[in-house]
Design a protein. Structure first.
Length: 284
C-alpha cells in the first residue's frame, strides 16, 4: 500500500539536480470534502495543493506559499496554500457549468494566477504566473523558467481519492555532466503514469524511474490539512474593515458572524467584542 500524506526530497548524488515527491490522501479528501466539487474542479484543486507543497519545498523560509488563480470561466477562484511545516489548505469557487470534461483553460477562462510568498518575518512577495500553457504544471514550469531562471519539471496528478506530484530542478552552477543528467531524468520522468505516482511509495517509484542513477532520499515529512484561521485573526480582519463599518453591522444585525472559507469554522462577535477591539475595553 502506498504511503499517504507524505513529502520527500531527493537529490541525484554529485550533481546540481534535485527533486521532491509528494502524495496526499486524507488531507486531500478533507479539503475536497469542504464543498460539493465537480470531479474536474476537485482534481484541479488536488493538483494545486500538490504544487503548493512542491513549490514551498524549494524555498528556505518560515511562512506560507500560496498559489492563487482568478478566472472568468466556470471556475472563478482556485487557491492552495502550504506552510513551511507542510500544513496545507485550499478551496475553489465554481458554478454549475464546471463540468468534468472541461480543461484547465476552459474552467478558468481569462484571468490571472500568482504565487504569493508570505514569510513569518520579512516582506511579502508575489510573482505573476503566465497562463499560456495547457496545464497547471506547464504554467508553473514557465513561471520558474521566467521568474527564477531555474529549469523545473512538474508532474501533477489527482483523482477522486488522492493527489500526487513530482518535481525536478536543475540548480545554478550546473556542469555539462549535470546537463546530460537533466536530459536523462526528464526523459525518464515523462514516462510516468498517473497510477504510478498516485499509488507507489516514493522509494519504489524513484527506483523504477531512476534505477541507473544514484539517488539519495531525505527523511519523509508528514503533510496534513490545517486551517490557520482563529478568532484573533478574524478580529484582525474586522479591524481592517474599520470601526464605522463594524458598528453599522452591529446596529443592523445585532452581532457580526463570519465563517472561514477554508474550514467553515464559525465566529460570532457581539458589541462587547467590537468595543474591546477598537477601544481596548467594553463601552456598553
Amino acid at each position: 500500500m502506498a504511503s499517504r500524506d507524505q513529502f520527500q526530497r531527493f537529490i541525484f548524488e554529485d550533481s546540481q539536480v534535485r527533486g521532491a515527491w509528494v502524495q496526499l490522501g486524507e488531507s486531500y479528501q478533507e479539503i475536497g470534502g469542504q464543498a460539493p466539487y465537480p470531479d474536474s474542479v476537485r482534481s484541479l484543486l488536488g493538483e494545486a495543493l500538490v504544487a503548493s507543497v512542491l513549490m514551498s519545498s524549494t524555498l528556505k523560509f518560515e511562512g506560507t506559499l500560496s498559489l492563487q488563480a482568478q478566472g472568468e470561466g466556470s471556475l472563478s477562484t482556485l487557491m492552495a496554500e502550504c506552510s513551511h511545516d507542510r500544513y496545507i489548505r485550499g478551496l475553489a469557487r465554481f458554478d454549475e457549468h464546471a463540468v468534468s470534461e472541461e480543461n484547465f483553460h476552459n474552467m478558468l477562462g481569462e484571468g490571472r494566477m500568482a504565487i504569493t510568498i508570505t514569510p513569518n518575518r520579512g516582506n511579502r512577495y508575489q510573482g505573476v504566473v503566465p497562463r499560456e500553457q495547457e496545464t497547471l504544471a506547464g504554467c508553473l514550469e514557465e513561471y520558474f523558467e521566467r521568474s527564477e531562471q531555474i529549469p523545473t519539471s512538474l508532474f501533477l496528478f489527482a483523482d477522486e481519492n488522492s493527489a500526487a506530484g513530482l518535481l525536478l530542478q536543475r540548480l545554478p552552477g550546473a556542469t555539462e555532466e549535470d546537463d546530460d543528467l537533466w536530459g536523462r531524468v526528464n526523459h525518464l520522468a515523462r514516462t510516468i503514469e498517473a497510477s504510478e505516482l498516485l499509488e507507489l511509495e516514493s522509494e519504489t517509484l524513484l527506483h523504477r524511474l531512476f534505477h541507473e542513477e544514484t539517488v539519495r532520499l531525505f527523511d519523509p515529512e508528514t503533510v496534513a490539512f490545517r486551517c490557520s484561521c482563529s478568532r484573533e485573526r478574524t478580529l484582525g480582519a474586522l479591524e481592517a474593515i474599520g470601526q464605522d463599518e463594524c458598528y453599522s453591522i452591529l446596529d443592523e444585525q445585532g452581532s457580526i458572524e463570519m465563517d472561514c472559507q477554508f474550514c467553515h469554522a464559525h465566529y460570532r462577535f457581539d458589541r462587547n467584542d467590537i468595543d474591546h477591539l477598537f477601544t481596548g475595553h467594553t463601552l456598553h
